[in-house]
Design a protein around this ligand. Structure first.
Ligand code: M6R
Length: 604
C-alpha cells in the first residue's frame, strides 16, 4: 500500500511529481522518492520519512527531466530506510521502478537473477522488477515487449511504473493495485489515485487488471499482457481540487469532520421522495429474490456495516456483517444467487474487502458495493455500485465517510425492506426519512456547540478510554474507540453496553472514563450499565440529548440534538470524532498520518 505517480510531457516533471506525492501521502508516509529521465541518465532522489523530507533534500539540487516517476511508501518488505525507499534501480541503473503492491514470488526471481550476476541493495520485493526488466532488455528489440515479459513473470499484486535510460516514455502495468491514467492537452500522468494529478486534469482512464500502458510524449499505447491493443473509455471525474486541499483547517481530519453537513446533504440528495427511498441503480423490485444479506467490510467501514445489519435485522431480513479479512477464510454459510453481498469500502481498494467481494461473486452471489470512489476497483468489480458521495477524504482516520456510509446503508436497508419477501420498513419510516433531512443541520449544530475540547482536556491523563452503546450505538461505540486509539495512541475499547459486566468491568477504575451513548432506544439498560461502571469509580460522559435522564447521572455531557434513534448515533459519533481529534492534538500526535497506518490498505 503505497502511492505511485508518473508524468510525461513538456516542461519539468519534478515539481509536479513531488506535489502529486503530497496528495498521495495518505497512502503511506514511511519514505518518498522520485526519478527523472533527462537524456544523461536517470536521476534518483529518495529519503526515508515524509515527502517534506524529500522536498528538503531536493532544494538546491533539483534535477531536470520531462519524464519521471515518484513514490510514497508504506513498508511491507524491509524497514523504512533510504535504501528501501523507491524508486529502485537495476544493476546498471538503466531502469528505475516504482511499485505499489506485493510481489509474492520475489524470492524466486531474486535467486534466479542473483545466479545471473545481479546484485541487490535493498530488502524490498520491488527491487526484482527493475533487475528483471533490465535482464529482458539485454536482448530485446522492443522495449514494450521486454516490459510485458517482466510483468508476465510477476506474481502478486502491483501497480508499477518504469523509466528506461534515454527513452522518453513510461512503462506501466496494473494487477490488483489501482492505477489511473490522467490525460491533459500536453502531458500525461499515471497515479494510484486521482488527487495526485487533479490540479492538472480531470480526464482519466481507469486501467484494469492485466493492462499494460506505454506513455510517450505524443500518445498512449494500451495493450494486454500479450501485447494485443485494447481500448478504455476516458471518463471525467467530478472532484474539485479545492475539495482535496486542507483549506483553513490545521488538519485534513478536522476539515473532513467539519464538512460533514455538506457531505451528508450530497449523500441524501435526490434519494428520498415522500416516504420512499429511491436509489439510482436499484428500482423497486430489484431485491425481490433476496433471501439474506452479507455485509463485508474492514475498520470503520465494518462499523457502518454493523449499523446497517441491525437495521436489516429490525426489518426482518436475515443479515450478518462480516469483517472482510475473516470472510475469506471463515465459512460464511451458504452463498447463492439469492444472497446479496454488500461490500462497504470508502476507498474501494481495500484488499481484504476486495477479496471477500470476489469470493462472493465467484460463489454466485449478487454483489453490490457501497463506496466513495467512482472508478475504484470495488465499483468496477461489483455488479452494482452505490456511491456515498462524501467527496475526497485524505485524513487516514475515516470521519465524513463513516457518516455518509451509515446514511447510505440506512437508505439501502429501507430499499431492501420494501422488496425482500416477508420484510417491511420500520413503522415510522416517514418520520425517519423526514428526520434525515435535518441531519446535516444537526451535525452543523454539534460542530458549533461541542464541548469536546474541554472534555478531552479533562480526561487527557486517563489510563484507558471506554465507549459503550446498545443496538445501533454498539457500532458507534466501537467506531469511537477505533478513532480514539488510531490517532491518540491511547488505549481505547468500544463495547456493547450490556457486555461491560461480563468481563471488561474488571478494568474499570477512576482513570477510565466511560463515554456512554444514548439514542432513545434501550437507554434504560444502558444507563444501568453506566451506573455499574460509575459505582466502580469510572467517570461517565453521557453523549445524549439535553434533557436525557442519563445526563443527570453522568459526570460530564456531550450534547446532541433530539432526532430519530437511527440518526442519533451519527450525531454522537461526530462528538466522539471531535474528542479524539482534540485529545490527539493535546498529545501532539501527527493527526492526519498516525504511525504505522495508511489510508488505503491494499495488502491482505
Ligand atoms: O477504504 P475502506 O473503507 O475499505 O478502509 C477500511 C479501513 O481500512 C478504514 O476504515 C480504517 O479502519 C480507517 N482508517 C479507520 O479510521
Amino acid at each position: 500500500m503505497c502511492g505511485i505517480i508518473a508524468r510525461v510531457g513538456d516542461g519539468d516533471a519534478i515539481r509536479k511529481l513531488v506535489s502529486g506525492l503530497e496528495n498521495l501521502e495518505y497512502r503511506g508516509y514511511d519514505s518518498a522518492g522520485v526519478a527523472v529521465q533527462n537524456g544523461s541518465g536517470i536521476s534518483v532522489y529518495k529519503r526515508s520519512g515524509q515527502v517534506s523530507e524529500l522536498k528538503d533534500a531536493l532544494v538546491g539540487s533539483v534535477p531536470n527531466g520531462k519524464v519521471g516517476i515518484g513514490h510514497t511508501r508504506w513498508s511491507t518488505h524491509g524497514p523504512p530506510t533510504d535504501e528501501n525507499a523507491h524508486p529502485h534501480t537495476s544493476q546498471t541503473d538503466e531502469v528505475a521502478v516504482v511499485h505499489n503492491g506485493i510481489i509474492e514470488n520475489y524470492a524466486e526471481l531474486k535467486a534466479t537473477l542473483s545466479d545471473a550476476g545481479h546484485e541487490f541493495t535493498s530488502d524490498t520485493d520491488t527491487e526484482v522488477i527493475p533487475h528483471l526488466f533490465e535482464y529482458y532488455l539485454e536482448d530485446a528489440d522492443d522495449i514494450a515487449e521486454a516490459f510485458r515479459k517482466t510483468v508476465r513473470d510477476l506474481e502478486g499484486s502491483y501497480a508499477v511504473a518504469a523509466l528506461v535510460d534515454d527513452v522518453h516514455a513510461i512503462y506501466a502495468a496494473r494487477q490488483g493495485s489501482p492505477l489511473i491514467l490522467g490525460l491533459d492537452d500536453d502531458e500525461y500522468y499515471l497515479a494510484s489515485d486521482v488527487p495526485a494529478f487533479l490540479d492538472h486534469t480531470d480526464d482519466v482512464v481507469y486501467l484494469e487488471d492485466g493492462d499494460v500502458v506505454v506513455v510517450e510524449p505524443n500518445g498512449v499505447t494500451l495493450t494486454d499482457l500479450a501485447g494485443a491493443r485494447i481500448d478504455r473509455d476516458v471518463e471525467r471525474v467530478d472532484w474539485d481540487p479545492e475539495e482535496a486541499g486542507k483549506g483553513e483547517y490545521d488538519h485534513y481530519m478536522l476539515k473532513e469532520i467539519h464538512t460533514q453537513p455538506n457531505a451528508l446533504s450530497n449523500t441524501i440528495e435526490g434519494r428520498i421522495q415522500g416516504d420512499e427511498v429511491h436509489l439510482e441503480s436499484f428500482p423497486e423490485g430489484t431485491f425481490d429474490d433476496v433471501e439474506d444479506v452479507h455485509l463485508v467490510a474492514c475498520g470503520t467501514s465494518y462499523h457502518a456495516a454493523m449499523y446497517c445489519q441491525q437495521q436489516l435485522a429490525d426489518a426482518g431480513i436475515r443479515a450478518q456483517a462480516y469483517r472482510a479479512s475473516e470472510y475469506v477464510d471463515a465459512n460464511p454459510g451458504p452463498v447463492s444467487g439469492e444472497t446479496l453481498v454488500v461490500a462497504v469500502t470508502q476507498s474501494g481498494e481495500t484488499a481484504d474487502t476486495l477479496g471477500a467481494l470476489r469470493q462472493a461473486k465467484e460463489a454466485g452471489a449478487q454483489v453490490v458495493t457501497v463506496t466513495n470512489v467512482v472508478g475504484s476497483t470495488a465499483a468496477r468489480t461489483a455488479d452494482e455500485a452505490l456511491f456515498i458521495r462524501a467527496g475526497p477524504e485524505i485524513g487516514v482516520a475515516a470521519t465524513k465517510t463513516f457518516s455518509s456510509q451509515a446514511v447510505t446503508l440506512s437508505l439501502l436497508a429501507i430499499r431492501l425492506a420494501e422488496d425482500v419477501p416477508g420484510a417491511s420498513p420500520p413503522d415510522d419510516v416517514a418520520t425517519l426519512l423526514d428526520d434525515v433531512y435535518d441531519l446535516p443541520e444537526h451535525v452543523d449544530n454539534v460542530l458549533k456547540t461541542s464541548d469536546a475540547r474541554a472534555i478531552a482536556e479533562s480526561y487527557i491523563d486517563s489510563q484507558s478510554y471506554f465507549f459503550i452503546g446498545r443496538g445501533l450505538n454498539n457500532a458507534v461505540a466501537k467506531e469511537g474507540a477505533l478513532k480514539f486509539k488510531e490517532i491518540t495512541y491511547e488505549h481505547a475499547e468500544g463495547f456493547a453496553s450490556g457486555e461491560l459486566k461480563h468481563g471488561p468491568l474488571a478494568l474499570v477504575t477512576p482513570d477510565t472514563p466511560v463515554f456512554t451513548l444514548f439514542d432513545g432506544a434501550g437507554d434504560g439498560k444502558t444507563l444501568k450499565n453506566a451506573e455499574e461502571a460509575q459505582a466502580r469509580g469510572a467517570p461517565i460522559v453521557a453523549v445524549a440529548s439535553e434533557d436525557h435522564s442519563g445526563v443527570d447521572v453522568a459526570d460530564d455531557h456531550l450534547a446532541i440534538p433530539d432526532t430519530h434513534p437511527v440518526w442519533a448515533g451519527l450525531l454522537a459519533n461526530v462528538q466522539l470524532q471531535l474528542v479524539s481529534y482534540h485529545a490527539a492534538q493535546l498529545l501532539g500526535r501527527p493527526i492526519d498520518k498516525p504511525r504505522n497506518l495508511a489510508k488505503s490498505v491494499t495488502v491482505e
